[in-house]
Write a protein of this length. Structure first.
Lengths: 368, 368, 368, 368
């Protein structure tokens, strides 16, 4: 259970790392949305392995096929199903993992929960599962764009980037940074100086058989006012769930985030000022774009932390499936730092959350 | 929409701050669970206003009535409905708020989303809404206890406390701290030295017409292995959503949390060692008790940050509902720091998440 | 579980026959819907006991109170909670039922499923549970009316009536019959001749200590084209579920219904003809207003069968809870025929289904 | 929306008649269930076209591939995805349908709802969509069997057959008829005499360019007591929805069904008698195996009516998409009577409902 996300734009993913395929079914796309295979593939290319020397060298084209739900380039209202066949399955490469539990992986917990596990490459817990999310995210982005166009307003612009790797912190102007800036460097850090240091750190980690953690920062501009469904489906609650459902995430904060602990109401409250169009706007954004669980029109601003990749090429103490202490020498291909490839995953989940809430909020226009 | 939480233990809350009542309906309680009104009331007493000089002086007994779903002290399998009448409704006290938007409150966003709002005391966005959650949490705790008893294991022990207020940080032994320690002081900080400073800070903030933020820390011991439903309903994802659905929260982190950014795989990975009963255990707990979205038997360990109360007794710049700049002089009763009363809310949501996942995981025992 | 109905207009009911109260929470009402307590009470009065000599003489005013979700007469977007206190609880009247299972009641199955039951008056399986549905139905009707008004079209007109009691069949012009016609007679049969015979049959059944079954027929005129969500949430599927979730129902048929078995494609197919406004209409309505699971603009036309009331005042063979053969002499107050009171329950569930699907279909207007 | 069915055993189907593929994702299968591709394919072979001269001659092997969720022959707890590629797509054969609305098909309603439609072969409204259901049903059957085996009881035996075609009614002993009896004849009517007449009627209808309706009857023996989730998810409500979500169904009745209208309580009530194992059993089964929405251990007994196939090879009056009266000469391949192929679809949906409710009921064993 638990493989669907969303109430009104429902994304269901399936597939394991070393099975036949991974894929997604999206139910709830409004009819007549333009569906562009190229757009979807482009997003998948951003997350695919082998795209740069910083990421895992597993060689997968991750070519997506649309199976249903599209007629003459537009969504039909029926489920949109997409599939990506798994190609580079070196199952033999995982034989040595069959009888032990890799530290900080899902090996033990899957075995304990389900009584069995697909030990090849992490099975369902592999980040390969996010392929379906990224494909769905591309559709969600298009939905947001078309809805905005239908209303004559600017489309939400979702921009995520690698803001920190280890102690290397980027200096980025969140008000202006765009997708093109992020894509300039394989690190997906738009601060060239920081990106350079991050690159050397990641390469050094790979040489050392180690791995690195870091932080992805996200801003979303041109967010419609009114998204979010209190009390449980507050927008920040759904964003937090979306982020924390990604592999390797350990925390989420929005607006002031953990810094709010040390602030006082006087400094934290965002004063309202009359906006250019008469709409109230805030002169600061400690709220991070949400108040009372609902977007207020200010940019969404949040951060998600990713742990260092659990797979490392160093000897580690662990236990076998029969309960004995053993030593693991990891051999598989892996990312020494998941951050660059995490960016499109974060972007996708943000788009899915916003698409879901855009449809949900639409009900309030029913009475004119 | 969005007023239900959970898949298999479904909690639906209703009610506004100054309406007739607040309440909750729980659907999915397994039959024959002992239901103890006193237990539920005790939890409500932990969150009620007026319990100490540190919190709002609104005077509400918050006496709960069970309306359905119980027969001779046990759950019947039918929905358990509970209601708490609102008593101390000084609606007139809010008249001055009718025509303006309080900074960092939900006034503007509710108006923008719904086209109207209940401006008395925050309406649905009031923390009074959490009464239903806390009542449901008490039932969830009992469920966890009875399930454990039926299996002859120790019940999960959920312990949350105020770990930080402003820059005052508690020094607490997370391995041993218990509910009784937390309840010793009105701050709900079990470090007496820190609690004393927190108390003076909160009292000073009240005098200054200001408010304070802080962090609630939670550990859950005796967690069954196997809770969590990948990929979207990972346990940490549902916990994050639960926390971020509480009023005033700005962030959530589990295990290493944001500190994971600066760690490497070698230091972050939790080595498995053979446990006393042959089960693998980890010698560290950077995972925070979850791996691959599933509990591994180590204590759940996470932190939730709360912003300073938005209501302050100082003049603030804001705008009127007609779009003009105005000054707000807040007068209502309020908490200068929500942290002490947030503790039972956090406890409740944790229990609800665990109860929901306990039922969900039970399916995997169907085949023996 | 299973106490909520609907995807986007979610109705959750709670309460037992002889508990403190019955009630309902509606989540998903679009904001700014006028909410009129009088309208809701009027529908409850149609279903309440004691309204005529044909129905149970249990004396309950069934006065509804709105607890939340309304501000100055309009829905706020928050859950609308309503409660009806149980008044006439003669619990002692049921003592003789504690230790046996009444035939064709839910006594045995509740005990078997849950391990206990509230044996007073049927507990949760009592038709008293439908109070919440009827209250929610009144809100749904208002929603349908306001949505139609906002579009400048005629509102859906839901008309259900008692079409058959035993072998007494009404002769009614489904094209023109209105709510006022139905309310003219306590039987809720708008054919005066049939109503008179039905009345004498029902009175005779009461004298005989027996009970009668029958059929409720429903037409809905002015149904918007396009309601229904294939493939599982076809409109007729949701209608069937709605009807079959009412107490005492044994069957549902739409359009040609069971008569379709003996028809051929040539006679069953509904020819399209150009309609007055250029829209295709059908010259017959064997489809019953739905094609492919979606409304086609023709009137919805369906029938629901209700079994004879299980409670009868005659001696019956049954078994005790300890498994021995015993004789039951029923004594409680009851309806000798549920049909007249079933009409408002059917009306309510139809309105709820249509409201839910109206909101769901609205998404397809998102792109203009 | 609306393409998922079930709460705890969730079946999501996708795919159109003439798209790339149809398929299904099942979420919620308990771990370690044996998954047998051959079993699944066998069920698909029962519904595939071209299996006899009575059904459509569209030639599709409908070979199923499992994409995920299985490891060494057992379910992993992850989603089980299955796909069937569409092979015999003569899209050109449908060109003449592009600009008109076939009577009693979904052409008009899909166009009206979604603003476009896949006019080739019915698109999503095609019975080809049920491939995913039938594949999921085979998994559900296996689940029911394994759950029964784990408890040492007999597995539920689901037996559906063609009970009526036009006015030809079968005479079948519902207490003993088995799957093997049904499969003896291509009509899937286990009464040889009736089957012979049905066959000639169907062949005549094909020659006449006409089509026939009929009734599928279902019994389920060895049903566990306690399945069904009042009040909305009563077992009969979910069965009714399941049946009415199948293409071409017009009605559903359980137990006494529509005959209940003419019965009285004395004749309708099912007397309880002490059963062989001390459990109460009923001496009649007007209830159809459910009381108060919950199974009572008696066989489930219900009937589903299917309309005559809408596609006929006769000239029909209809309108064009531009609103003009036109004549349609149907040419596509089709079933002159859907009943024989409807049997495995009904079987599948019954199994899915029972699997879903088996998991849901399992919660009530949580407390021992």
């Amino acid at each position: 259970m638990g493989n669907s996300f969303g109430h009104s734009f429902v994304v269901t993913t399936y597939g394991e790392s070393h099975g036949a395929a991974v894929g997604v079914v999206i139910d709830g796309i409004p009819a007549r949305l333009p569906i562009d295979l190229h757009e979807i593939q482009t997003e998948l290319d951003r997350r695919r392995p082998g795209q740069s020397r910083l990421v895992t060298q597993r060689d997968e084209a991750d070519a997506v096929e649309i199976l249903s739900g599209v007629h003459e380039g537009r969504s039909t209202g029926a489920p949109l199903a997409m599939i990506v066949r798994n190609a580079d399955q070196r199952s033999g490469a995982y034989d040595h993992l069959k009888d032990l539990y890799r530290p900080s992986h899902a090996d033990f917990t899957y075995d304990a929960k389900y009584g069995l596990r697909t030990w090849q490459g992490g099975g369902r817990s592999s980040a390969r599962e996010t392929i379906g999310r990224v494909a769905a995210g591309a559709v969600a982005v298009r939905l947001l764009r078309e809805v905005a166009a239908a209303s004559g307003v600017s489309a939400p612009e979702i921009v995520s980037w690698v803001d920190q790797v280890q102690d290397v912190k980027a200096d980025v102007d969140a008000a202006t940074v765009g997708r093109a800036d992020i894509e300039l460097d394989p690190t997906r850090c738009p601060d060239p100086g920081a990106a350079e240091i991050m690159t050397s750190r990641i390469e050094q980690a790979r040489k050392d058989g180690d791995s690195l953690g870091g932080i992805v920062r996200t801003v979303v501009r041109n967010v419609p006012v009114g998204l979010g469904e209190p009390v449980f489906d507050r927008l920040e609650a759904d964003l937090a769930k979306a982020m924390m459902s990604l592999p390797a995430t350990k925390g989420f904060e929005i607006g002031s985030g953990f810094a709010a602990a040390t602030m006082t109401g006087r400094t934290h409250n965002d004063p309202f000022v009359p906006g250019p169009d008469g709409q109230p706007t805030t002169s600061t954004n400690n709220s991070g774009g949400v108040q009372g669980g609902i977007t207020n029109g200010a940019p969404l601003a949040f951060r998600t932390v990713f742990k260092p990749t659990a797979t490392i090429s160093s000897a580690q103490s662990t236990v076998s499936t029969s309960g004995e202490a053993v030593t693991l020498e990891a051999k598989g291909r892996h990312d020494p730092c998941v951050l660059p490839r995490a960016v499109p995953m974060v972007d996708a989940m943000v788009a899915i959350v916003l698409a879901d809430h855009t449809i949900r909020q639409h009900r309030n226009s029913l009475l004119g």
